[in-house]
Ligand binder design. Sequence first.
Ligand SMILES: Cc1cc2nc3c(=O)[nH]c(=O)nc-3n(C[C@H](O)[C@H](O)[C@H](O)COP(=O)(O)OP(=O)(O)OC[C@H]3O[C@@H](n4cnc5c(N)ncnc54)[C@H](O)[C@@H]3O)c2cc1C
Length: 290
Amino acid sequence: MSIPAAFDYHTATSVDEAITLLQQYGDEAKVLAGGHSLLPTMKMRLAQPAHLVDIGRIHGLSHITEHTGMVAVGAMTTYSKIERSDLLHKHFALLPEGTALIGDQQVRNRGTIGGSIAHSDPAADMPGIVLALKGEILVHGPNQGRRVIKADDFFKDLFATALQPGEIVTEVRFAMPPARTGSAYTKLANKASHYAVVGCAAVVSLGGDGTCSSASVVITGAGVKPTRASAVEAALVGKKLDEATVAAAASHAADGLELVEDIHGSKAYRAQMATVMAKRAILKAAERAS
Ligand SMILES: Cc1cc2nc3c(=O)[nH]c(=O)nc-3n(C[C@H](O)[C@H](O)[C@H](O)COP(=O)(O)OP(=O)(O)OC[C@H]3O[C@@H](n4cnc5c(N)ncnc54)[C@H](O)[C@@H]3O)c2cc1C
């Protein structure tokens, strides 16, 4: 089935208007951002929303802006724009680096950071990257409601987030990293779609003595949702990040993961690849930090 069920199309010109439309049509409505996850799902008739609320014409949702102590990225910012941002390359290398590995150029020209995290596909790259960077997600909802959700509290389960009905992601914020911080993203990609069979997003900071002062390591693709590899992080902090230390820490990459399996890989294969990807990402991040 490659033709979606019939739907009404609404163009919102402001966040408030989009939220009003979402409230008006309730369960029958869905936000349309880049459409690169929603439309394939509709074509397969896995989703049949009667109303689409397009947020692509709302001004002020596709910025990459530096503020005191943080960088804010609008929800409708495309992957292409993220990939080309000097500001993001300078402070959060894994964000443009990981984004450049998503799909193909057409996907990156349309897909958005807000759409990816709201969709929360377990094989997507952006959710794991946002989690590793400890991003904060600004959400607007009914009755002028606004709240900020920490990435650690945002990704709940397979395709499930902390978003409530009628809420829209409007911005993702990243705190400026301390000096001597490096980050990297590595993935074993599906050869056709480039979705992550397994990916690892790593951010490490080094102290004055060269040991690791903080580590944020997230595995994506291998489990039902992007998952913080807490055991890996704990094994890195306080240590010099030489190859043996990183390899020993990375061997815990699949600890606590609710592993998935499909035609692209068994649970055992994904667990092994999580270790491989984690080692590569952490070593690269450590090299960039020093
Ligand atoms: C051929 C192909 C290859 C791909 N390869 C990859 C890949 O390698 N890695 C990867 O990570 N992804 C991949 N994708 C998916 C792509 O990244 C999608 O663009 C992305 O997952 C969704 O972003 P979108 O802006 O297109 O959202 P949409 O498809 O428009 O929306 C997705 C969902 O999120 C909701 N939504 C969207 N925006 C918001 C918002 N601001 N607030 C609240 N809800 C919102 C929608 O209602 C919908 O339920 C691929 C897609 C295709 C078609």
